[in-house]
Design a protein around this ligand. Structure first.
Ligand SMILES: C=C(O[C@@H]1C=C(C(=O)O)C=C[C@H]1O)C(=O)O
Length: 379
């Protein structure tokens, strides 16, 4: 430090330079955005899409080369600038017309007195979820998730209640795949505490083997291993309970809820055998048509991304720019396309918010595959 000058005095001329440069940058940024607007007008007339990935790559290659040692940083900066430029163009062109129609025209409340479909049997955790989500309704039970989706798809039921994720065992991938297969909307969600019991038919002997849904067996793995109990996957916890009550197989028990044990008259040998105390499963409500309440708080999307460096990062950045909080991201392989993935994304937000709608519409226009899955309340 020079003898008489303070740090502030030393910084002042450099900061003056930075301020001058920022002023120029801002002027050039504004000019660049105006060019993007002119481009949008031409695209409107020509009916061509906003995104031109090849043109963007040419720009990125050029700035990387020209920026020398700052090449990678320049690429990050220009990716952000072009993303903002595209967002402006999407807003001008009102991209994502289908989604805009959906936002305008979808009902805002769930049907009154709906036919609700669940997987399994009375006493299943889906049953508790259905009662929480639709108090007073008597759900119809079908054997598999596929049956629930088909029933909602063909109109035999209004809504289906299915699990998507457990706090211990993770996602129920079959349900994610069925959502995409049947192009269902998510119109509600509830987190249900899950406590498992080890049960047997009254009067049968020591349990050597248990039947239950695969996810329930995973959630009780520590207890079952410690007690040397063999496991066999069954379609559903309550269905397993019903089966052992009816067959009274010697040495065979079930892992199910206390309600299922009571429903089928089973003896509870041990309660609370799940690995974690706060074991909890998220259930969603599936529907053929979207329902978009004014006060919906969670949005779910599914999309694939181009195989280019940073494509996921730049997509997530756009949520961050709007202050939207991502609550879940999950990837699933796309059937028949080796090692290509769909991303499932949940974030807190409402599609009736203009900026959030604009972002979703822009993404729907730019992504190779894109589905808006729903915007719903969580109970
Ligand atoms: C401006 C255009 O639209 C988009 C934005 C670009 C940019 O900001 O440079 C480049 C390509 C397009 O994805 C264009 O097509 O030139």
């Amino acid at each position: 430090m020079s003898e008489n000058k303070s740090f502030d005095e030393l910084l002042l001329p450099v900061r003056n330079d930075i301020d001058r440069i920022d002023k120029e940058l801002l002027k050039l940024f504004t000019e660049r955005m105006q060019c993007a607007e002119r481009v949008a007008e031409i695209k409107r007339k020509a009916g061509i899409p906003v995104l031109n990935a090849a043109r963007e790559q040419v720009i990125l290659d050029r700035v990387k080369k020209e920026a020398g040692e700052y090449g990678d940083s320049a690429v990050a900066l220009y990716s952000a600038i072009m993303s903002i430029s595209r967002a402006r163009q999407h807003n001008m062109l009102k991209s994502g017309g289908v989604l805009r129609d959906l936002e305008q025209n979808s009902p805002k409340t769930l049907k009154a007195d709906p036919r609700v479909i669940c997987q399994g049997a009375a006493g299943a955790f889906s049953h508790s979820a259905a009662l929480r989500l639709f108090p007073g309704q008597k759900p119809i039970f079908l054997p598999g998730f596929r049956d629930v989706f088909e029933a909602v798809h063909n109109g035999a039921g209004d809504y289906g209640v299915v699990p998507v994720e457990n706090s211990d065992a993770g996602s129920v991938s079959e349900v994610y795949d069925l959502i995409m297969k049947h192009r269902m909307f998510i119109v509600g969600a509830a987190d249900i505490p899950v406590r498992h019991c080890l049960c047997r038919a009254k009067g049968t002997g020591a349990v050597k083997k248990v039947l239950s849904k695969h996810e329930a067996l995973v959630q009780c793995s520590a207890y079952l291993a410690a007690h040397d109990i063999e496991t066999e996957a069954y379609s559903n916890t309550a269905a397993a309970a019903k089966f052992i009550a009816e067959t009274r197989l010697e040495g065979v028990g079930a892992v199910c809820s206390a309600q299922a044990a009571e429903e089928y008259g089973l003896e509870v040998i041990a309660a609370d055998i799940q690995n974690t105390d706060n074991n909890c499963t998220r259930f969603i409500v599936i529907s053929r048509e979207a329902v978009l309440p004014e006060d919906a708080e969670k949005i779910s999307l599914c999309f694939s991304l181009p195989h280019t460096p940073g494509s996921l990062c730049h997509t997530l950045e756009r949520f961050a720019l709007l202050g939207l909080n991502l609550t879940k991201i999950e990837s699933r392989p796309i059937p028949e396309r080796n090692f290509e993935y769909d991303f499932y994304l949940d974030f807190t937000g409402n599609v009736h918010d203009v900026q959030t709608l604009a972002l979703i519409c822009a993404l729907s226009d730019e992504m190779p595959r894109f589905s808006f899955l729903g915007n719903y309340k969580e109970s």
